[in-house]
Design a binder for this molecule. Structure first.
Ligand code: SF4
Length: 449
């Protein structure tokens, strides 16, 4: 099926940060148009990945990204090539999802430790939404989490359904505006009233208007409308990073991530072929910019990791760069003020164990902040005035200090040396930054200590 494409200069120009880039509405960036897509099929074959890589090279600049929510992004396209990409995807049998983003754990239906299979719930909801035709916020996200080893506990959503055990079996905890821990609890829904319940919430959002998000909903008012049992806060689940080897039932699943979430098409193609030769049978996109590989035997894990390493993928959950988000930078985007890849390598080397997963660091070529729209503990951003330092903010926020791009490497080294020297035994990077005065961080960045 070819995705309908009605791309005109007007609607392309209308694309902005508030909209989600897709085949129908690609987003203009410094290196051309960007298309974000998530295949309908949960599992991709090696052949699918090779086809995607070929299309990225043929119609874009060959740069492929996996986003924090596990979507694919193809960069460097043009108004002429986006329709050809759409045709090529259809020819390869890769069908992109459309409509509201409904996210389920990447191994749902496979992981015997999950409480419930989220896939049938998601399918029923997609069908109900298609029939209802609500006008909803373009970035609306719904998470349906049945639990399991790689649950979506840490994924923020407008509306969440989390499977929880009850005396009568599994029920679904409905909450709005957050991740499993922070979302506002609304109600406990038994499976029989699940679809009606969530559609009631979505109808309430539609009434608020096409810009309304989950955080705008009144949980108490919703509970009254639903006539449902109130729910308590969800029990915490351990946040397991997809990177590395996971025992799922009686199989091993290997989580990989392209370094800093980006890979060139020829390396993705080589990875798919190399892992296929190691026995890989399927690939699944996953949160945290990851790709899960199934079908590898224990004997072939080392060879698969070596293949990943050769092609620029991380395969272990202690890869320091996993905490760093970078955009295409000067290597792939005309808007960038510096080479984000080189800076990320310098940062990973200077920070070492400071990148313990407790903080996000964002290197953004410009204030658009493509790679990490949310706030990060530390952001280095290319601006008119140089490379800005932003603390606990977004790339678009005003920097607290700026330096010429040529001074960035020594500034990164100084920050790393300063923070490593202050760190207490066993202290997380988050704890360290929280007890460090911003003025001291600014001084280290500027070399004024
Ligand atoms: S954030 Fe990066 S990729 Fe996005 S427009 Fe700016 S420089 Fe380009």
């Amino acid at each position: 099926m070819t995705v309908p494409l009605a791309l005109t200069q007007n609607n392309a120009d209308a694309l902005r940060r508030g909209a989600c880039p897709s085949l129908a509405t690609p987003m203009q960036t410094g290196d051309g148009l960007l298309v974000r897509l998530r295949p309908v099929a949960a599992a991709l074959s090696a052949q699918d990945l090779v086809a995607l890589a070929g299309l990225a090279r043929q119609h874009g600049n060959g740069l492929i990204e996996i986003t924090a929510r596990g979507n694919l992004q193809l960069r460097g396209l043009s108004h002429e090539t986006v329709p050809r990409l759409s045709t090529g995807l259809a020819a390869a049998g890769i069908v992109p999802q459309t409509g509201v983003a409904i996210e389920v754990p990447p191994l749902t239906g496979i992981d015997p430790s999950e409480m419930a299979d989220a896939a049938p719930v998601a399918a029923a909801l997609r069908a109900a939404l298609a029939a209802a035709s609500f006008a909803l916020a373009p970035k609306l996200a719904i998470v349906i989490d049945g639990g399991g080893v790689l649950s979506l506990a840490d994924m923020v959503a407008d509306i969440r359904l989390d499977a929880v055990p009850t005396v009568d079996g599994v029920a679904w905890r409905l909450s709005v505006g957050g991740d499993r821990a922070s979302a506002k609890t609304v109600a406990l829904l038994p499976p029989a009233s699940l679809l009606d319940g969530i559609m009631t919430v979505i109808a309430a959002l539609a009434v608020l208007g096409p810009a309304a998000r989950g955080r705008d909903l009144d949980a108490a008012a919703l509970l009254a409308v639903l006539h449902a049992t109130p729910s308590v806060a969800a029990a915490p689940l351990p946040a397991v990073h997809p990177l590395g080897a996971h025992r799922i039932g009686n199989e091993t699943v290997l989580g990989l991530a392209p370094a800093y979430g980006q890979v060139h098409a020829h390396r993705l193609s080589a990875l798919a072929k190399g892992l296929s030769a190691c026995g890989a049978t399927e690939f699944r996109l996953a949160p945290h910019r990851s790709l899960l590989v199934r079908g590898l035997s224990g004997e072939m894990l080392a060879a698969a990791r070596a293949c990943a390493d050769r092609e620029g993928f991380w395969a272990s959950d202690d890869a320091p760069g996993r905490s760093i988000s970078i955009c295409a930078g000067a290597a792939g985007c005309a808007s960038a003020g510096f080479d984000t890849h080189t800076a990320a390598d310098a940062l990973a080397a200077a920070a070492g164990t400071l990148l313990d997963g407790s903080i996000d660091v964002h290197l953004s070529g410009c204030p658009k902040g493509c790679a990490h729209p949310a706030a990060a503990a530390v952001t280095l951003c290319g601006t008119q005035a140089g490379i800005g330092l932003i603390l606990d903010g977004r790339a678009s926020d005003g920097p607290v200090a700026s330096l010429p791009a040529d001074d960035l490497q020594p500034a990164i080294d100084r920050l790393g040396t300063f923070l490593r020297a202050r760190r207490r035994d066993g202290e997380t990077a988050r704890g360290l930054i929280d007890r460090t005065a911003p003025a001291a961080l600014i001084s280290a960045y500027q070399g004024k200590q």
